[in-house]
Design a protein around this ligand. Structure first.
Ligand SMILES: Cc1cc2nc3c(=O)[nH]c(=O)nc-3n(C[C@H](O)[C@H](O)[C@H](O)COP(=O)(O)O)c2cc1C
Length: 203
């Protein structure tokens, strides 16, 4: 299945790329997709790291109304000059990028410019004009690790992404403290407010 931004973009629509990484909070991805698609003129494409697919299935996202792109879609093994390159096409398509959740690992990769999978190649190829939101989600001690604040500083002040959260609550790992992803409804609200989206009319 190939993806060509020019064919997939639709005039007047907001094109949302939802990136998921290997945090338990990825379990919320189908809810985020479903809720975004309750608004008029919105399209969503999900891009998942291998680890994030432990927490939802491609079928869950399909049922919510979208698709999931993974490393294997980038490396089909039959590249010819002129063929579309998935991470470039996805960044051409995106009007806004949500990294929800952002794992400690992917946060660190973004901060260091590493681009060794579809998610981080897409991030590295993003135009600075594409609004990009990072929603960290990790165990409290991972969050309090000195490297995390350094990575967040780089991502916020050097790369100039918007970092939202994490929030404090009972974490899935049993710890209580800061590290949970911002509530999924609040993530959707950021996009709704940014693009002044109107809900679809009831059928
Ligand atoms: C059940 C489970 C839950 C995890 N939850 C988190 C998490 O909330 N945040 C995090 O940063 N890493 C978490 N990890 C570790 C990441 O999945 C791991 O670091 C992985 O390499 C991340 O890869 P990715 O950034 O490419 O998705 C979890 C691992 C497991 C097995």
């Amino acid at each position: 299945m190939s993806f060509i931004a020019e064919h997939e973009r639709e005039a007047g629509f907001v094109h949302v790329v939802l990136i998921t990484t290997g945090s338990v909070a990825s379990i919320k991805a189908p809810l985020i997709v479903e809720e975004l698609l309750r608004y008029q003129k919105v399209k969503v494409e999900a891009v998942a790291t291998k680890a994030s697919l432990a927490f939802f299935t491609k079928g869950d996202i399909r049922n919510a109304g979208s698709r999931v792109w993974v490393d294997e879609d980038e490396w089909t093994g039959t590249f010819k000059i002129g063929d579309p390159i998935l991470h470039i096409e996805l960044r051409r398509w995106a009007d806004v990028v949500l990294v929800a959740p952002c794992s400690a690992n992917t946060l660190s990769k973004i901060a260091h410019g590493i681009c060794d999978n579809l998610v981080t190649s897409l991030m590295r190829a993003l135009a600075p004009t594409t609004p990009t939101y990072i929603f960290p989600a990790m165990n409290t001690l991972m969050y309090e690790h000195p490297l995390t604040s350094e990575h967040l500083r780089i991502v916020r002040d050097v790369v100039r992404y918007n970092v939202v959260g994490p929030i404090g609550k009972n974490l899935a790992c049993g710890d209580v403290g800061v590290g949970a992803m911002t509530e999924w409804r609040d993530i959707v609200k950021i996009v709704v407010d940014l693009f002044q989206l109107a809900p679809k009319k009831q059928e």
